[in-house]
Design a protein around this ligand. Structure first.
Ligand code: FAD
Length: 424
């Protein structure tokens, strides 16, 4: 079996590592490094090959989860004093993982996958299921490559989601998305409206408040965020309109603003999938997928890393082990109809019972333990340790309670009981 892996971030590395025992694996990575979003790139805009810069990493970023839940199930981030570590330590860890499992020679760097399409009946003579069009960026040549399965590991924090606010074309100040944020200096003495109070919005409002004159954190959370922000940060409801030099809020008030800073998240994007792959992205809901992983219409096409608010690297490893059971024919895939039924039950449970929106279709958070166990039990593979989800959820609660201090050492993330469970 020949497997193509698209992307050499944390998900792609897990995909190569687990697949290469039973298949010939080729990983295409459009940059010249492993690590994906953890590769800090000071520049913004396009890279030397004219492609949009992928990484959204900013200079000061420390993880928003303790490192103890950020390793792979059998390759942990080494013990040191801190739990919440700087982004370059995660990148170093991913490079160590790559070296330890000898993955580098499976990766074709500076190779951009431009097209993935299922092989039609007339081409079936090739014996493969998938045709990829790949550009070698150094030589600027394009080749066609054939595979039995494709693992899509291209990440989902690179295409900004930008609301089209009334007046956005005529606003006279600056507008930027968190994807292009690197350092706080350009915000010095500015009046900034931060739109969005997800993990990035909260973290960045706090970071720029050290330089900015005034920060207005605008969001549509039902309640005021309880975190104690510095005095130059105020919270307001949604921005409804931009005027020449100001923002108007839902409560009718307005504030003068130099910068509108969109921390409004990202769109899932698979620009290389042909229509015949039959994958739809509608308001960040990807369908039809079985268990958020396997393309139901073309089950040798799989997506690693779609769910969010998860123990990412461990989940990537679990999802790869899950799909390999089916690709390796160790387990028989359910019929198309039963996978579709399973997906519609998932929709029913999320939309009608839990009241989620489409954008929350792949959100896990408190549901993650159940999701991991379901994947493991369905494919008869080893489960993830329950302590991972427990620590993830505790850390998320602490983040909301005390944004300013939640990474401090005084919060003892790993008590003896947790430590014991992680090392069992
Ligand atoms: P990515 O890391 O995005 O890697 C995708 C790779 O695919 C890239 O190398 C890209 O170049 C390549 N690629 C894309 N398209 C193509 C193509 N067409 N052809 C070839 N190659 C392609 N998670 C945590 O667990 N803890 C945190 O604290 C945390 N903090 C974060 C902070 C920020 C600012 C961001 C943006 C994310 C953070 N995350 C965090 C989430 C993080 O994205 C995941 O942990 C994980 O690294 C995602 O890995 P990935 O491999 O799925 O995607």
């Amino acid at each position: 079996m020949r497997i193509a892996v698209i992307g050499a971030g944390a998900a792609g590395l897990a995909a190569i590592r687990r697949s290469c025992c039973s298949a010939e694996v080729v990983c295409y990575e459009k940059s010249d490094k492993v690590g994906g979003t953890w590769v800090y790139v000071p520049e913004t805009g396009n890279d030397a090959y004219g492609l949009p810069i992928h990484s959204s990493m900013y200079e000061s970023l420390r993880t928003n989860l303790p490192k103890e839940v950020m390793g792979y199930p059998d390759y942990l981030i080494p013990e040191n004093r801190k739990s919440y570590i700087h982004h370059d330590e995660i990148l170093a860890f991913l490079n160590d993982y790559c070296t330890h499992f000898q993955l580098r020679d499976k990766i074709k760097f500076l190779h951009n996958v431009e097209l993935v399409e299922p092989i039609g009946a007339e081409e079936k003579g090739t014996g493969s299921n998938w045709k990829l069009r790949v550009r070698d960026l150094r030589k600027s040549t394009v080749t066609e490559e054939f595979f039995d399965a494709v693992m899509v590991c291209n990440g989902h924090y690179f295409k900004p989601s930008l609301p089209r606010l009334k007046g956005h074309e005529t606003f006279k100040g600056q507008q930027m998305h968190s994807h292009d944020y690197r350092r706080p200096e350009p915000f010095a003495d500015k009046r900034v409206v931060v739109i969005g109070a997800g993990p990035s919005g909260m973290d960045l409002a706090l970071e720029i408040s050290k330089k900015a004159k005034r920060v207005i954190l605008s969001h549509h959370l039902k309640e005021t965020i309880l975190t104690k922000f510095p005095n130059n940060v105020v919270q307001k409801k949604d921005v409804v309109e931009l005027k020449d030099n100001s923002a108007v809020f839902q409560d009718g008030t307005s504030e003068e603003a130099d910068i509108i800073f969109y921390c409004t998240g990202y769109e899932y994007s698979f620009p290389f999938l042909s229509e015949s792959c039959e994958i739809k992205v509608n308001d960040n809901m990807i369908t039809p997928l079985w268990k958020h992983v396997i393309a139901i219409e073309n089950p040798t096409l799989v997506f690693i890393g779609i769910p969010f608010y998860v123990c990412a690297f461990s989940m990537f490893d679990l999802q790869v082990r899950f799909v390999l059971r089916y690709l390796n024919k160790e387990k028989e895939l359910p019929t198309r109809d039963s996978m579709l039924l399973d997906e519609s039950q998932e929709k029913n449970s999320r939309f009608n019972i839990r009241g989620f929106t489409k954008r929350q279709f792949h959100m896990m958070g408190p549901l993650q333990a159940e999701y991991y166990d379901d994947l493991a039990d369905t494919a008869n593979i080893e489960r993830l340790l329950p302590v991972l989800s427990k620590l993830h959820n505790e850390s998320s609660d602490r983040f909301l309670d005390d944004l300013v201090h939640y990474r401090d050492d005084r919060y003892k993330i790993i008590d003896n009981e947790n430590y014991q469970q992680l090392n069992d």
